[in-house]
Design a binder for this molecule. Structure first.
Ligand SMILES: C[S@@+](CC[C@H](N)C(=O)[O-])C[C@H]1O[C@@H](n2cnc3c(N)ncnc32)[C@H](O)[C@@H]1O
Length: 322
């Protein structure tokens, strides 16, 4: 089997993204998967949409919940916001801090305009001062930050969506992407986001809905068993369709919504996310090795003819606190 790239936010072959599994996670593997996913057009489109909706003002406190590699935290900082990533995985926090430090250096070196922008953002960040009031264990971590060369104004703190390390009404902007699918009680997480937002504060949620996955061509019975197994392993597989309701139930006012469909390239028929699905399903005994082999052959033959199809839709919803 070739490299497993994983899907838009799903489990990796060796470990999941669930916060409860942080001790077993293979950070290198996760970084590889997140990098692959981050490059896909559907993901780029939704990240850009969310940033446009949230557009933090200089000096505002902007939080990314489940910040992974830290790319979106850095994007907040380029607006002059005090940018904080909340991330339960120590390995991902360390990797994000390392990468954002490197990205900041690259951005300065990229040319006069970028340098000016970075300098302006940093000046604003210094002027922004304390920003959101942090509480609990997260506060200690922020006092130690920035770690590993992360730029001033960019911080990565320990925490979970269900219990955010911020005081009530102390945050201006929150984003949370492809995280709620890994959370058992997403309602608790969105109520937490509503709690920490100040009146007038903005939020954007992005997530996959595994009810939208299509794989073709395949034996329908084998495919159904693979998909059922996969959905059963996900804490909240239909997260995408629930985003709007979670925001409304938390007392927030919807300001926008959009969607983007991930289409797997032909070379992903057997080696990418689809390959990971049937391999893990076979390991779990949901399909036999013979069924897995036939499934792969059907898809591989289709890809050779350029007629393989795999797609999955992701949703984004923005809201404000009244
Ligand atoms: C698929 S990754 C998405 C990362 C990032 N948001 C992005 O867009 O690339 C899911 C992230 O959520 C984090 N996560 C999992 N459970 C969480 C929870 N309960 N609270 C906060 N983050 C969580 C994982 O550690 C991981 O960084």
């Amino acid at each position: 089997m070739g490299e497993v790239t994983g899907g838009p936010g799903f489990v990796t072959e060796r470990g999941s993204f669930r916060a409860a599994h942080v001790a077993d996670q293979n950070v290198e593997r996760q970084a590889f998967v997140l990098d692959q996913v981050a490059g896909r057009p559907a993901v780029r489109a939704l990240k850009a949409w969310a940033l446009e909706q949230l557009a933090p003002a200089a000096g505002e406190t902007a939080v990314d919940v489940g910040s992974g590699m830290g790319e979106d935290v850095l994007a907040f900082a380029t607006y002059g916001a005090r940018a904080i990533g909340v991330e339960p995985s120590p390995g991902l926090r360390a990797e994000a801090a390392r990468r954002t430090g490197r990205a900041e250096a690259g951005r300065r070196a990229a040319g006069a305009e970028a340098a000016q922008c970075a300098a302006g953002a940093e000046a604003t960040l210094r002027a922004a001062g304390a920003g959101a009031a942090l509480r609990g264990a997260g506060a200690e971590e922020v006092r130690r930050a920035p770690a590993s060369g992360a730029p001033e104004g960019v911080e990565f703190v320990d925490g979970r969506a269900e219990r955010l390390p911020f005081e009530d009404a102390s945050v201006d902007v929150v984003r949370c992407e492809r995280v709620l699918q890994h959370v058992d009680e997403p309602g608790d997480a969105v109520r937490e986001i509503a709690r920490v937002l100040r009146p007038g504060g903005r939020v954007a949620l992005i997530d996959t809905d595994w009810g939208t996955s299509i794989i073709h061509p395949a034996d329908p019975d084998v495919l159904q068993r693979i998909v059922d197994y996969f959905r059963g392993e996900t804490a909240n597989p239909y997260s995408g369709r629930r985003l709007r309701g979670l925001l409304v139930d938390a007392g927030l006012e919807i300001t926008g919504e959009t969607a983007a469909t991930w289409i797997e390239p032909q070379d992903g028929a057997t080696t990418g996310f689809v390959g990971m699905m049937h391999t893990t399903a076979a390991r779990a005994g949901v399909i036999t090795d013979a069924e897995a082999a036939a499934f792969t052959k059907t898809l591989g033959d289709a890809a050779e003819r350029g007629v393989f199809h795999m797609s999955l839709t992701m949703y984004a919803v923005s809201a404000r606190k009244p």
